[in-house]
Design a protein around this ligand. Structure first.
Ligand code: ATP
Ligand code: MG
Length: 573
């Protein structure tokens, strides 16, 4: 579905016709009295990496549905693979879901807490002759499985007796066999057109310590076996997952039906893809490990930690998830929409301040030396209650280097020799002289100001074509500002020539660090993660590297809204 159509879907959920398809199912079930009127969803991350904006879509869907329909959403760690999982990831996931503003109350669960129950269920299937211990190696198992066009072959161990299977499975658990030597498999149908149904592996032997159960287990359940059982034990009503699991659903259903246990409904939706972004944890890990970014929370990363550090607000991310809605078809969302949601939120909430990224000294020749005027500056024109602050004005100022041109082209309306412009909240100034060093580099400008224009208006009604931001040289604070660009130079970073990988699409200069910026003095002591609009420049937030001695800002997003532009152009068509 094109993004424009997604735009206003799912704005209200009181009106059934505008609900997305998942919410429609939940609403219909409630109406029909299914599930005893309960709505229980879950967000089930595997703690093997940090959450990203794709996960936010799933989080907002699952927690959102629970909140809207008076239900409950569980946070469940799907921690069935001991090899890649760590407590560090568990902690970061908890932090991220909370930061996004969701609450699981007491419903925090771990798949590993159900290992014993899962084992007992497996024994039940063996007793029903629906599972068997198989001695094929991993490679042989793959060979026997067949392909989409070739049928599978029965394992020679498929016909083991129930007694032998029970005995071997017990001994697998007791640690008698080496890793990979045996598996427990469901006995379904090696000729099944769906490969997932060709006697899938339920348990593998793995002598590895688990982050929660330690060395207690040396057999670990496979995802398809574990996941449905976790849902069942927790009495989930709607088990919402991404489209890749659509052809796992018959297996999900088979396990629960064969065990004759509580059986949730699995519903699949399309995962989020974003332009200029890779989303898989595996690829994000590669970026971190190869040093292409500075860690998981690098502000260029699409991780929740990265977005937070960049200056994203939880409100902006939630609004984005609402706008994109959910559907059944894989598509790619324009990152400009995410940034648009961000600007909308920050525009309402961010105090305005003045900051100069690439300073050029301006001396106001007719302003008395040593004199300081405190001028009133508006904190947020979108929020009258935010009030005003004082901005000190003095004889020596800094303006943005790019706001001056010695020999301006026709459409350049900012400062130039002999030209008058407004300094925001201050005065009209006119450029009288340009001073250069011996290499011809401009080092300072000499201007005069018109004292009658205090506040920024001329009593005689004369107009200027530009208003510039500025800071007082003696009062401004030095700051470092980090400017970020997309990590990748292609809309689809996975689009690569044969033999190359997505990293060949990395942009060379996605981070630019400016070290001699000047910001207005009201920013002294600004706390990490506070967000501001630097007038005319964009939204910025205080980085966690910032300290009393050295202010560090991240540019969250520039002001120019490409999404709004795209929308306008489409309306005109
Ligand atoms: P990745 O592909 O990034 O490694 P994953 O699916 O392996 O992610 P899990 O920890 O298993 O990560 O995911 C937890 C939940 O988040 C799952 O229900 C999964 O479907 C969902 N999810 C993961 N990526 C996306 C995405 N891009 N869009 C929507 N939901 C997602
Ligand atoms: Mg996964």
């Amino acid at each position: 579905m094109p993004n424009t159509e997604q735009d206003d879907s799912n704005k209200q959920n009181t009106d059934n016709t505008r609900l997305d398809f998942v919410r429609q199912i939940v609403a219909e079930d409630l109406k029909a009295g299914k599930w005893d009127g309960r709505v229980v969803t879950r967000f089930p991350p595997e703690p093997n990496g940090y959450l990203h904006i794709g996960h936010a879509k799933s989080i907002c869907l699952n927690f959102g549905i629970a909140a809207e329909f008076g239900g409950q959403c569980h946070l469940r760690f799907d921690d069935t693979n001991p090899e890649k999982e760590e407590q560090e990831y568990v902690n970061s996931i908890i932090e991220d879901v909370r930061w996004l503003g969701w609450d699981w109350n007491e419903h925090l669960y771990y798949g590993s807490d159900y290992f014993k129950q899962m084992y007992e269920y497996a024994v039940q299937l063996i007793k029903k002759a629906k599972a068997y211990v198989c001695d094929l190696t991993a490679e042989q198992t793959r060979e026997y499985r067949g392909t989409l066009t070739e049928p599978g072959k029965n394992s020679p161990y498929r016909s083991r007796s129930i007694e032998e299977n029970l005995d071997l499975f017990e001994r697998m658990r007791a640690g008698e066999f080496p890793d990979g030597s045996r598996t427990l498999r469901a006995k379904i149908d090696m000729l099944h057109p769906n490969l997932n149904m060709r006697d899938p592996v339920m348990y593998r032997i793995l002598h590895a310590a688990h982050h929660r159960t330690g060395d207690k287990w040396c057999i670990y359940p496979m995802y398809d076996w574990a996941h449905g059982l976790e849902d069942s034990v927790e009495k989930i009503t709607h088990s919402i997952c991404t489209l890749e699991f659509e052809n796992h659903r018959p297996l999900y259903d088979w396990f629960l039906d064969e065990l004759d246990v509580y059986h949730p409904r699995q519903i699949e939706f399309a995962r989020l893809n974003l332009t200029y972004t890779v989303m898989s944890k595996r690829k994000l890990l590669q970026l971190v490990q190869a040093g292409h970014v500075n860690g998981w929370d690098d502000p260029r990363m699409p991780t929740i930690g990265g977005l937070r550090r960049r200056g994203y607000s939880p409100q902006a991310i939630r609004e984005f998830c609402k706008r994109i809605s959910v559907n059944k078809f894989n598509s790619t969302v324009d990152i400009a929409l995410l940034e648009h949601c961000l600007r909308e939120d920050l525009n309402k909430t961010s105090p305005r301040v003045m900051a100069v990224l690439r300073p050029l000294k301006v001396i106001i020749d007719n302003f008395p030396e040593g004199h300081v005027e405190q001028l009133d500056a508006v904190n947020n024109p979108e929020d009258p209650a935010a009030g005003t602050r004082k901005a000190p004005f003095s004889r020596e100022l800094y303006i943005e280097r790019e706001d001056f041109m010695e020999d301006p082209p026709k459409k350049f309306y900012r400062l130039a020799p002999g030209r008058e412009v407004r300094l925001r909240y201050a005065y009209f100034v006119t450029c009288r002289d340009v001073v250069k060093d011996k290499d011809g580099q401009i080092i300072e400008l000499h201007c005069t100001y018109d004292p009658a224009t205090r506040g920024g208006d001329a009593p005689d009604g004369r107009k200027v074509k530009a208003t510039l931001h500025w800071v007082s040289a003696a009062h401004a604070l030095e700051a470092e500002v980090r400017l970020y660009d997309n990590l990748f130079n292609r809309e689809n970073p996975d689009n690569v020539p044969e033999g190359a990988d997505f990293k060949s699409n990395l942009k060379a200069n996605s981070l630019e660090t400016l070290t001699s910026c000047r910001v207005e003095p009201s920013l002294a002591g600004a706390e990490a993660s506070s967000r501001y609009q630097f007038e005319r420049l964009g939204y910025f937030c205080v980085d966690s590297d910032s300290s009393k001695d050295k202010l560090v800002f991240n540019r969250t997003v520039p002001l120019r809204d490409t999404w709004a532009k795209i929308q306008k152009a489409q309306k005109k068509k």
